[in-house]
Design a protein around this ligand. Structure first.
Ligand SMILES: Nc1ncnc2c1ncn2[C@@H]1O[C@H](COP(=O)(O)OP(=O)(O)O)[C@@H](O)[C@H]1O
Ligand SMILES: [Mg+2]
Length: 234
């Protein structure tokens, strides 16, 4: 299915909830969107089902998920499945295309490997300040592409990078990676307005983080003041 058709389905299709993901911490619902004969499986996270957190303002996780999608899309990273904000049977929330993961991939080995798409995910997480990149939030699909999910706890104004992807920590950024970060800088400075989804502070801190990454010139290193690996890691 073409991307535009998928986006139309996600945005305007009839949304039917078909199940609830039991390992999820929020009301993360398995659903499907359909328009006449066409349908697409998806994830639906209504804001009303968001569990309150001590460090993120209530009712903002869906917006963060959407902002993460917009950044990945604008940078042509394609690391976040198609995501929209819309209404549904349990109210307004985020709806995201479901990715069928490649069951042949052993995630417990995969996550610590040196694949370029994983390294791109690590840089993406540094940009969005992801506080929860677990192994189970990595979705390698059958075509060999990698997607990530669960970007609700991102873009905090304080540095909170928490991830399982530390294998390149301290390694020099490549020329192409610096170019990507410079593009992200320009993007946030004028082309991509995230102010409907994030606070002014959060956007400014994102820009500061990108600038710092460029000036240090190395892959992010774990903080000593913050648990740098999620628990449980899966
Ligand atoms: N778009 C998606 N495609 C495929 N699987 C997904 C997708 N989004 C979530 N999942 C699966 O559902 C699980 C729970 O979703 P997640 O976004 O982590 O919810 P929560 O915020 O409640 O932790 C994920 O760990 C992943 O296995
Ligand atoms: Mg999760």
């Amino acid at each position: 299915m073409a991307i535009d058709d998928k986006l139309a389905l996600l945005t305007t299709g009839d949304l039917t909830v078909t199940g609830r993901l039991i390992d999820a911490s929020n009301a993360t619902l398995y659903a499907s969107v359909s328009i006449s004969e066409q349908s697409l499986p998806c994830i639906y996270k209504p804001i009303a089902g968001e569990r309150p957190l001590w460090d993120f303002q209530d009712g903002t996780l869906a917006y963060r998920e959407y902002a993460a999608y917009l950044v990945s899309d604008a940078l042509e990273l394609n690391l976040v499945p198609l995501t929209v904000l819309r209404d549904g049977p349990y109210g307004f929330g985020m709806v995201q295309e479901w990715i069928d993961i490649d069951e042949a991939v052993d995630l417990s080995e995969y996550f610590s490997s040196d694949l370029p798409e994983l390294r791109a995910m690590a840089i993406f997480d540094a940009i969005i300040n992801n506080t929860d990149r677990k192994i189970g939030h990595l979705l390698p699909d059958q075509s060999g592409a990698l997607f990530g999910c669960d970007h609700g706890v991102t873009f905090h104004s304080q540095d909170k990078l928490r991830t399982v992807l530390w294998q390149w920590s301290g390694d020099r950024l490549t020329r192409a990676e610096i170019t990507l970060l410079e593009r992200a800088q320009r993007l946030l400075a004028d082309e991509l307005d995230l102010s409907a989804y994030l606070t002014h502070d959060e956007i400014a801190s994102t820009q500061t983080r990108i600038t710092r990454l460029i000036s240090t010139g190395v892959m992010p290193e774990p903080s000593r003041d913050w648990p740098a690996v999620p628990w449980p890691a899966f």
